[in-house]
Design a protein around this ligand. Sequence first.
Ligand SMILES: [Zn+2]
Length: 490
Amino acid sequence: MSDFSRKSSTASRRLFLSGSAAAGAGLVAGPVGGAADAAGTAGRQAGSLQSGEDWPDGPGRTNKPQPPGDELRSILAAVDPDRVEAIVRKLVSFGTRHTLSDQDDPERGIGAARDWIFREMTSYAARSGGRMTVEKQSYVQPPAERVPVATRITNVLATLRGSKHPDRVYVISGHYDSRVTDVLNSTSDAPGADDDASGVAVSVELARVLATHEPEATIVLAAVAGEEQGLLGSDHMAGQFQQAGKDVQGMFTNDIVGSSTADDGERDPKSLRLFAEGVPTDETEAEAAIRQSVGGENDSPARQLARFVTEVADNRATGMRVRVIYRRDRFRRGGDQIPFLERGYPAARFTEPNENFAHQHQDVRVENGVQFGDLPRFCDFDYIARVARVNAATLWSLANAPGTPKNVQVLTAELTNDTELTWDPNQEADLDHYEVVWRPTIEDDWTHVIDVGRANRARINLSKDNVFFGVRAVDRTGMRSPAAFPTPTP
Ligand SMILES: [Zn+2]
């Protein structure tokens, strides 16, 4: 991508956020709509060293972020940094939460942490009118590379059943297990405040906040174990969804979301990274052949999910900028999104902007006057609360919108200079219309949107050779699904 494209999308987003005056003026880009967007055009010219950046010209209005509605705003306001801090400190108080630590001691070890999370979530579920259920989901892991003896692994899941589409599911998780320098050390203090009590705090706090609300699709707020021993709990959870035939349309792991301060002291408290892969982990040879032929390496389901997050959760209401990273994960690291990606579920990873490696996977100690260890004193609880708000905005916007359109195809039987798309009808009763979105191939985010009504087929006067297309569904309140990227007809 060019530097220009990043600047232009930042400019247009700022413009959108600058308030009702700009919105009232109609943010329609000059080349595609009637009203010229003077400020946007100026931003583009200022950021550009090259001409022709609006090429190709085509139909539609400018794609804009989706602002939060009143109910979502009340949800975001209810997220409480003091409760987040209490959750992190409580988890740290169990000494170690290593997956191989004691499962029966009521005060120390992973069993005590598991039971506390279960009790806490259960207390919230009591206020849900029966919509939220809490379970311990467990299995016995046979000996493996980082598991010397057969060990019970237990995930704690709070499931807020969808009022209209219970089988469509959106998941967030954090891992409640912790570790020190030696991955097999199950006895030393392993506070794991940032990695990953912070991510568990997001799930637990959102269980509290969301319990009294009624999303249309199902939301699962999870705390998993066995992450440090090889993503074991998440793998089991993803497998259980698959076996039950659940339609998981989005999964996010919150892992190391506790601090915004790097080891050199640099702070970036309003940024959250979102790692989203390009080439799908579960891509088949046939899919790879299509990608090599006509592109699409920037249009995996994970990337569509990431674009959706920036449209609904990167705003003043969350107080966060979502920094999408075009990678599955960081160098030499992995996370609980991977078992979902392996099964074809769209998934991505939230992580703080700057990591401090003296505070991760380290024995608690002082060396040359430097404190090592994953201690609560290094956490920023207001920051974790903002991460929780990004998650809440994402989950709420997903679970109350129609599902992502399925079986989206671009027809390629004839060589033409326009584009014909087809897709299966959505099942939601409150579906209002579909939108075809498109962007020049060198742009990161959807730039244009075309309302195509309730039909399941659209012909667009714009060549599929020159832009990327997607299709999304919109309900009567204007809430939109993530876009689906079409596959070519054989
Ligand atoms: Zn972690």
